[in-house]
Ligand binder design. Structure first.
Ligand code: MLT
Ligand code: MN
Length: 311
C-alpha cells in the first residue's frame, strides 16, 4: 500500500502570497470557502503509515508537520516519523524546508547530484550535520529501495527520471543563453511503488513540456500529481502580476492545445491531480469556470490535507 498526504498544494509563494493583493488572494485571506489557502507544494508518502518520506521540503514545512498528526513525534523525547526527504528540484519552494529539520534527528536526503550540489554550494545547509543527515544521490532511471537513516527498508521503491524543466531560479545563468545553464537532473519526476502492491504513483510537480518520456511514464499510473502552476502561459503578464511566461519559468500550462490536459488526455491514468498551483491560476478557485473545465476533463486540484491510499 502507498499512503499519500498532500502537505501543500500551492506553487512557490503559496496561497495567498505575501505580497499579492489580487482578488483571489483577498478572498483567501477573507476566509472565502471557494478560495482555500494552500501552502507550498509537497507530499508525504508511506507504506506502513509509521515511517514517512517527504517529497520536497517546502518553506512551510513546520506548519505542515504541525497540522498533520501522522508526522508528529511518537517515540521518546526526540524523534520523527519523517525518515527521508526526496528533492525533485533546487527551487526555494522545494528545498528551504530542510532548514526546519535541523534539530539533530536523523533522516536521509535523496536527490540528484545536481541538487545535492546546490545544497553543498549553500553553506546554510551545513546546519544539517552530515553525521546526522545523510545525503544520498539519486541516479536516473534506477529503482532504489527507500530506506530511512536506520537502514531499514520502508517497503517503498523510488525511481527518478528526467523531466523537461529548468535550473532553479536562483541558479539561473543568463550567460548560458536560453538554457540558463539547465542540465539533466535539475528537474526530476518520481515514480513510487510499494513492494506489496501494484500501484504506481507519479509525482511531476515541475514540468516544462510533456514529451514522449513523460507520457511513457504516466501511462498506466494509479495516481499522477502533475504541475498545475498556470492555467495559461501568459497569465501572470495578462494579470499584471509578473513579467514571465510559464515557458520562461519552466512550467507547462493546464489549458490550450499544447497544455498538460491535452497532452496527457487519452492516457490510461486512474487518477490525475494538479499540484504546485500558482496563486494566479483561476483553477485554484473552487467556483471558477476553469475549475469546472479541469474537473470535466477528469482532473482534481490538490488541497492541503488531502489523503489518498493506494492499494
Ligand atoms: C517555480 O516553481 O517556478 C519556482 O518555485 C520559482 C521560485 O522559486 O520562486
Ligand atoms: Mn516551484
Amino acid at each position: 500500500m502507498i499512503r499519500v498526504l498532500v502537505l501543500g498544494a500551492a506553487a512557490g509563494g503559496g496561497f495567498p502570497q505575501w505580497n499579492s493583493n489580487s482578488e483571489a488572494c483577498r478572498r483567501a485571506r477573507a476566509g472565502d470557502p471557494a478560495a482555500r489557502p494552500a501552502t507550498q507544494a509537497s507530499i508525504a508518502v508511506s507504506a506502513d503509515g509509521d515511517r514517512w518520506f517527504l517529497i520536497n521540503a517546502a518553506p512551510d514545512l513546520r506548519e505542515q508537520i504541525n497540522r498533520q498528526p501522522q508526522l508528529h513525534p511518537k517515540e521518546g523525547l526526540r524523534s520523527s516519523p519523517i525518515a527521508g526527504v526526496v528533492l525533485t528540484n533546487g527551487d526555494v519552494d522545494a528545498i528551504a524546508g530542510l532548514l526546519n529539520l535541523r534539530e539533530r534527528t536523523p533522516f536521509t536526503v535523496f536527490a540528484h547530484p545536481r541538487i545535492l550540489d546546490v545544497l553543498a554550494a549553500n553553506p546554510i545547509f551545513q546546519i544539517l550535520a552530515p553525521e546526522v543527515v545523510a545525503r544520498s544521490p539519486l541516479a536516473l532511471n534506477e529503482p532504489v529501495p527507500l530506506r530511512g537513516a536506520d537502514g531499514r527498508d520502508s517497503g517503498l521503491v523510488l525511481e527518478a527520471f528526467s523531466v523537461p524543466g529548468k535550473v532553479a531560479l536562483f541558479m539561473e545563468d543568463a550567460s548560458r543563453g536560453e538554457s540558463l545553464g539547465t542540465e539533466e537532473g535539475d528537474t526530476i519526476g518520481l515514480e513510487i511503488s510499494a513492494r506489496d502492491g501494484a500501484s504506481r504513483l507519479l509525482f511531476i510537480a515541475n514540468c516544462a513540456r510533456v514529451d514522449e518520456g513523460v507520457r511513457a511514464r504516466c501511462r498506466g499510473a494509479s495516481l499522477l500529481f502533475f504541475d498545475g502552476t498556470l492555467w495559461q502561459d501568459e497569465e501572470m503578464i495578462a494579470r499584471g502580476e509578473g513579467q514571465k511566461t510559464g515557458g520562461r519559468m519552466g512550467h507547462i500550462s493546464m489549458s490550450g492545445d499544447d497544455g498538460s490536459m491535452a497532452a496527457l488526455g487519452g492516457l490510461d491514468i486512474e487518477r490525475r491531480v494538479f499540484i504546485h498551483i500558482n496563486n494566479t491560476n483561476p483553477a485554484l478557485l473552487a467556483d471558477s469556470p476553469e475549475r469546472a473545465k479541469i474537473e470535466a476533463a477528469g482532473w482534481q486540484v490538490a488541497y492541503d490535507g488531502m489523503e489518498i491510499d493506494l492499494p
